[in-house]
Design a protein around this ligand. Sequence first.
Ligand code: FE
Ligand code: FE
Ligand code: ZN
Length: 279
Amino acid sequence: MLTIGCHLSSAKGYLRMAKDAVSIDANTFQFFTRNPRGGRAKALDPADVAAFSAFASEHGIERILAHAPYTMNPASDKPQTREFALMALGEDLARMEETPHQLYNMHPGSAVGRPVAEAVARIADALNEVLRPDQTTTLLLETMAGKGSEVGRSFEELAAIIAQVKLSGHVGVCLDTCHVWDAGYDIAADLDGVLEEFDRVIGLRRLRAIHLNDSLNPCGARKDRHARIGEGQIGFAALAAVANHPALRDLPFYLETPQPDLAGYAFEIARLREARQGE
Ligand code: FE
Ligand code: FE
Ligand code: ZN
């Protein structure tokens, strides 16, 4: 069965997210660990976590994906920015162990005027400070569109970070279809070729999650403007092919499409389930 969900608000806790997911025929979901623009995280409510765990196992909800704040930049050479990144990463990873064996996704960072190799080393260094040998959470580095000085615009940049992480067994990759498209990987014309390249450079065993988004812009545009599934330049057929590809079909898929309400996500999930082949 297709494991698919969407980004949900975490304002009302874990149980509420799981119930929202079930209400739109999703069997996973993504959420921010804290205000995406930064700030402190709310304390976890143990009763909510316990109720969530029971509800999730009852309803087959699996591989929930927590998203780090997108303002976090562990590549920065500014002490304050780096300190926030280390604090947020450490705190988030500790919280994730309250819901063991799930996924935590982060944007690698931005080089802001510094050489990419330096940014890569600083990101790896941050991960070496926060990863723990006994953690059950897998940390995912997201493929980026390449706007500004984003690190992670190429498979090579992600591979370079992972190569410098000591506990790299806890590190994987989340492929965002809008981002790789914007970065110049033509998943519409040559999905097999892009996945072969991913396998050669990073290794497909590292690929643990897919952000399924259409893109408002053409391949290589480096813009990062998400579109609803089938309303962008990647198109419905190409995105359905991603969800059906033998190398990808068992991964969890998360929609990050612009929607006014849950009904928009319910519609996309229904269409993608409908397009699922071979079951
Ligand atoms: Fe993201
Ligand atoms: Fe994404
Ligand atoms: Zn994006």
